[in-house]
Design a protein around this ligand. Structure first.
Ligand code: ATP
Length: 586
C-alpha cells in the first residue's frame, strides 16, 4: 500500500522560521522578558571567573584579608544572582514554549482534520498520524527539556567568548584552537545526521502506516487468511525502524568523543599561551586563571548543545513535517463556497481501485447544471458509489477530470457527499450536526432536523442535547440517515450527492426519507444514487450505469419509451415481489 503513496509536503527552513516567528508574535512581551532575563543571567555568570582572577592577582600581590572577603562575596552574590535569573528565564521559556506549542498542536490537529481527502488518500493515513502523533511528541519533549537550556547555553557561549576577548584577545585566540576540532566533527556529523534522522522519521511513519492499514483491513486479511503475511510486513517495518534508531544512537556516541578532544585542545592551548604571556609580562596570572575558568565555563553549554544537537535537529525535522501540514490549503467545509452557480462536470473519468486489475469506471462524462437533479441508477456493482466519491472530489480520477465551475472540486466545499453508510458520532446530537457548520445555532439545528422529519428528537430525554451514538442513546439506521440529511441541510453545499441515503430505510420509513432527501435537494443541484426508482421518476434526468459506463441518459419518460436498460430496470422494480406483496398485505 505504501508503494502507491506520496508523502505529505515538508516545509523548508525559511518557512519554518517564518511560521515560528508568526507564533511568537502574539507573545512579544513575554519573549522580550525571557530574552532580557536570559542575557542578564549569562552576564551574571561572567562575574565569578573575573572576580576569582582578580582574587588570584590580589593574593599574589599580597592583598588584605578584607579585599579577599569582598571579592569572595562578589563571587557568591554573582553566582546566586545568575542562578535566580537562570531559573526565572527558564520559567519564562517554559511558559512561552508551552503556549506556542499548545497553539501549534491545536492548529496541526485542526489542519489534519481539514486536509483535502484527496491529499490523505494520496499520502496514506500513516504519514499524517505520525505527524500529529510522533512529530508533535518529539517537539513537545524538546521544548519541555531543551528549549530553556539551549537558550541559556547559546547566550553563555556568546557572552563568555566576549568576556574572554575582553580579558585578553590572545587567550581567546588560544581557546579558539578548539574550533577546528569542533568544525571537523560538525562537518563529519551534519551531512550524515540529516540523512539518518529523516530515514528514522520515515521508518516511523512507515511502521505507523503498516500498522494502521493492518488494523483497518483486518476483516479483509481474515477473509483471505493473510494475517500472518501482514504481521510479517509490520514486523519488517518495525525491524527497520528499530535498526535505524539503534544506528542513530551509535552514530551520536561516536560524535560525542570529538567533543572531549576539542575541550582538551582548547584548555591546553589557553594554559600554554597563558604561561608564555605571563612569562613575557603580557598578562597576569589572574587574567589567565579567569580565561581558563571562562573556557571551562564553555564545556557544559557546549556539550549540552552538542549532546542534544541530534534531538534538536530531529525536532527541527519534525517541525518541518508539521509546518508542511499547516501549509497545505485546507478543505473548505461544505457550504463555504463562493455561491456562484456553476456546473459540476466529470470529463472522461477513468478510475481503478489500488490493487485492482480492471478500472471500475471507464471514461465517464456527465454534467450537473445548477439546480438540476439527476438520478443515477444501475445494477449493483455498476460503479455508482465510486462515481459519487469521485464527483465529491474525495478521490482523484486516474484519467479525466472532475471540475466545479471550471476548477478542482477538492477543497472548494461546494460539493457534499452523503455516503451510503452515514455515521453518528458519540456525543450530544447537536454537536454531531454542528460538524456540518460549527456556528449553527440550536434553532437552526432544530429546523434542519424538523425539515428532514426527525420528530423523534422530542422523545429523547434531553432533546438535541441528548448523547447519541455508541456510548449514548442508540439511533436506528433510518434515524442515522435523517441526521446525515439534516447535516447536509446545515452544510448548504451547491451540489449534494446522496448515495442511496434512502437505501437503509424500512418501507414504512422510505417515504419519509424520500421527502427528507427532496428537501435537501430543493434549490440546489443534486445527484441521487437511486435504488428506489420512484426517485428516478421525479428527477430532471436519469443516468443509467452499467459496468462502469454511462449507457443511457434522459428523462424518465423518454428512457421508458426507449425500451433499453432503464425500461428493464423500471419493469423489474415496479413489479411487486412476493415479499413486498406480503408486507403490503400484512
Ligand atoms: N474499495 C474498493 N476496492 C476495490 N474494489 C472496490 C472497492 N469498492 C468498490 N469496489 C468495486 O468497484 C465496483 C463498483 O462498486 P460500486 O460500489 O461503485 O458500485 P455500485 O454501483 O455503487 O454498487 P451498489 O449499488 O451495490 O452500491 C464493484 O465491482 C466493487 O466490487
Amino acid at each position: 500500500m505504501s508503494g502507491t503513496t506520496r508523502a505529505l509536503p515538508l516545509a523548508g527552513a525559511v518557512e519554518v522560521r517564518r511560521t515560528v516567528a508568526a507564533y511568537l508574535r502574539p507573545h512579544r512581551g513575554l519573549s522580550a522578558a525571557m530574552v532580557a532575563t536570559a542575557v542578564l543571567a549569562a552576564l551574571a555568570g561572567l562575574v565569578a571567573p573575573w572576580a576569582i582572577g582578580g582574587l588570584v592577582d590580589g593574593v599574589l600581590a599580597g592583598t588584605t584579608p578584607a579585599e579577599i572577603v569582598v571579592r569572595t562575596a562578589v563571587v557568591a552574590v554573582a553566582g546566586l544572582l545568575s542562578a535566580v535569573l537562570t531559573a526565572v528565564s527558564a520559567a519564562l521559556v517554559a511558559k512561552l514554549g508551552q503556549r506556542v506549542l499548545a497553539r501549534m498542536r491545536e492548529d496541526t490537529v485542526s489542519a489534519a482534520l481539514h486536509l483535502p481527502s484527496a491529499v490523505i488518500e494520496r499520502s496514506g493515513r500513516g504519514d499524517l498520524l505520525s505527524r500529529v502523533g510522533d512529530d508533535v511528541a518529539v517537539i513537545s519533549q524538546v521544548v519541555a527539556a531543551l528549549l530553556a537550556p539551549w537558550i541559556t547555553a547559546l547566550l553563555t557561549v556568546a557572552l563568555t567568548m566576549g568576556g574572554l576577548f575582553a580579558l585578553d584577545p590572545w587567550l581567546m585566540v588560544a581557546g579558539m584552537l578548539a574550533l577546528p576540532v569542533y568544525g571537523f566533527s560538525l562537518r563529519w556529523y551534519l551531512p550524515r545526521a540529516a540523512r539518518r534522522y529523516s530515514a528514522e522519521r520515515a521508518a516511523f511513519a512507515d511502521r505507523a502506516e503498516s500498522l494502521v492499514s493492518a488494523l483497518e483491513g483486518l476483516p479483509t486479511l481474515r477473509a483471505y487468511g493473510a494475517e500472518a503475511e501482514h504481521v510479517g510486513l509490520v514486523e519488517r517495518s518495525s525491524d527497520r525502524a528499530r535498526g535505524l534508531s539503534r544506528s542513530v544512537v551509535w552514530f551520536s556516541t561516536r560524535w560525542g568523543k570529538w567533543m572531549n578532544i576539542a575541550e582538551l585542545v582548547g584548555l591546553s592551548a589557553i594554559v600554554v599561551a597563558g604561561f608564555v604571556l605571563v612569562d613575557v609580562g603580557a598578562a597576569t596570572v589572574g587574567a589567565v586563571t579567569a580565561a581558563a575558568l571562562y573556557f571551562h565555563r564553555l564545556f557544559n553549554p557546549l556539550s549540552l548543545l552538542v549532546a542534544s544537537f541530534d534531538q534538536v535537529q530531529s525536532a527541527f525535522a519534525s517541525l518541518q513535517r508539521i509546518v508542511g501540514v499547516l501549509g497545505i490549503p485546507r478543505e473548505r467545509p461544505a457550504g463555504t463556497h463562493d455561491g456562484a452557480p456553476a456546473a459540476l462536470v466529470a470529463d472522461g473519468v477513468t478510475y481503478r481501485y489500488p490493487g485492482s486489475a480492471e478500472p471500475v469506471l471507464h471514461e465517464v462524462s456527465l454534467r450537473i447544471e445548477p439546480g438540476e437533479t439527476i438520478a443515477l441508477v444501475g445494477a449493483s456493482g455498476a460503479g455508482k458509489s465510486t462515481l459519487a466519491t469521485l464527483l465529491a472530489g474525495l478521490v482523484a480520477p486516474d484519467e479525466g477530470t472532475v471540475t466545479f465551475g471550471g476548477g478542482p472540486v477538492a477543497g472548494t466545499g461546494a460539493v457534499l457527499l452523503v455516503p451510503q453508510e452515514a455515521h453518528v458520532f458519540s456525543g450530544p446530537l447537536i454537536e454531531d450536526l454542528r460538524l456540518a457548520r460549527q456556528d449553527a445555532t440550536e434553532a437552526e439545528v432544530r429546523h434542519a432536523l424538523d425539515v428532514v422529519g426527525a420528530d423523534w428528537i422530542e422523545e429523547l430525554p434531553e432533546g438535541v442535547h441528548t448523547a447519541v451514538g455508541e456510548l449514548g442513546h442508540p439511533l436506528g439506521p433510518d434515524r442515522v440517515a435523517q441526521v446525515a440529511l439534516a447535516r447536509a441541510l446545515l452544510a448548504d453545499p451547491a451540489v449534494v450527492l446522496l448515495d442511496e441515503a434512502t437505501a437503509e430505510a424500512s418501507s414504512r420509513e422510505a417515504g419519509r426519507l424520500e421527502d427528507a432527501a427532496a428537501a435537501v435537494l430543493r434549490d440546489r443541484a443534486g445527484l441521487v444514487v437511486a435504488h428506489r426508482l420512484r426517485q428516478a421518476a421525479i428527477a430532471d434526468r436519469v443516468l443509467v450505469m452499467d459496468d462502469g459506463r454511462v449507457v443511457e441518459s434522459g428523462a424518465h419518460d423518454e428512457l421508458l419509451a426507449a425500451g433499453g436498460h432503464y425500461a428493464r430496470l423500471w419493469e423489474a422494480w415496479s413489479t411487486p415481489r412476493p415479499e413486498a406483496k406480503l408486507a403490503l398485505e400484512g
